[in-house]
Design a protein around this ligand. Structure first.
Ligand SMILES: [Zn+2]
Length: 319
């Protein structure tokens, strides 16, 4: 009998074949812990809805199937809200367990042991996140500011590896720098690297420091997932990069390692505690990135591979 391929979404598990076009690294609303409670940035639920629903509806109209929310436990993740957004717009939303980095984990978690963190992740994947009944479909980990993994980052990576092995859910990283340390932890835990997506290989700050082809040669997946944060924007963020330079980097990578490549826009539907980047949304994928790829001569089969097949393989729970 064929094994069922399943992916956890906030409204329940679905067959991987139903994911459609996937935005693999996005945010409904991301902010530093507590910043959403700052009076300056306060948003009512209605304001958040009003900012978010049109973007998800447009995503759906363009043919977008699934939105992977890479917002960590302490960075504004709000699963009841995601359930409501998914029901309202028809977009599958995959929520994550885990943390963007050790430096965004609140003290309650920052002091926890590897075992405690692993148990927390496994519970969120197999039972549910809080009382929402929604199960996490991916585990988020990341490198703290400073460019090197801290001890806490390493504990989180190790707990994530154990949870990935116990549940079959994959890992998605914030930053692909210092990958030697990450890969050593995954090797010690016995986790195959095709279960890990090393993210943000393409941003303006980290692209130079990221060994993307080396990671792919080790078996890891590589995320070119900050598409659209361009120096050409009216008010570019510090991690922006010239549009052509990023595209060329991606084209070089997929020429060698198409099976390991994933792409996304890392946009915020409704940022928390910061203004966000004006004019940048998840729909960059349809409005700019896919047209740029076609103009560069990338064929439809490759585009399907990047946005449908590779994400489905990655997200499918491995039993
Ligand atoms: Zn992100």
């Amino acid at each position: 009998m064929r094994k069922l391929s399943r992916v956890n979404t906030v409204l329940g598990p679905i067959p991987a074949e139903e994911l459609g076009v996937v935005a693999i690294h996005e945010h409904i609303g991301y902010g530093m812990p507590g910043s959403e409670l700052d009076t300056r940035w306060w948003k009512t639920p209605e304001e958040r809805y009003a900012e978010t629903v049109p973007k998800l509806r447009t995503f759906h109209e363009y043919g977008g199937g699934t939105f992977v929310d890479a917002t960590g436990i302490c960075n504004g993740r709000d699963v009841d809200y995601y359930k409501s957004l998914s029901a309202k717009t028809g977009v599958h939303i995959v929520a994550c367990t885990g943390f963007v980095g050790g430096d965004t984990a609140l003290p309650h978690f920052a002091r926890a042991s590897v075992d405690y963190l692993a148990e927390q992740f496994v519970h969120e994947i197999t039972v549910g996140i809080g009382t929402t009944g929604a199960r996490a479909g991916v585990i988020k980990v990341g490198v703290s500011r400073g460019g090197r993994m801290t001890d806490l980052d390493k504990r989180i990576y190790r707990a994530a590896a154990r949870a990935a092995l116990a549940t079959g859910v994959p890992i998605l990283t914030h930053l692909a720098i210092d990958a030697e340390n990450a890969i050593a932890i995954f090797a010690e835990e016995g986790l195959a690297l095709d279960r890990v997506l090393f993210g943000h290989a393409d941003d303006g700050v980290n692209a130079e420091k990221t060994r993307d082809t080396w990671i792919a040669e080790q078996g890891g997946r590589v995320g070119f997932d900050t598409f659209g944060y361009e120096t050409e924007l009216e008010d570019p963020p510090f991690w922006a990069r010239p549009r052509r330079e990023r595209l060329d980097h991606f084209l070089r990578f997929i020429d060698q390692h198409l099976d390991k490549a994933l792409a996304s826009a890392d946009a915020n539907c409704s940022p928390l505690g910061w203004p966000g980047v004006k004019g940048h949304t998840v729909n960059y994928i349809f409005e700019d990135l896919i047209p740029d790829l076609r103009a560069a001569g990338v064929d439809e089969a490759t585009i399907t591979r990047l946005f449908v097949e590779n994400p489905a393989t990655f997200l499918t729970i491995q039993n």
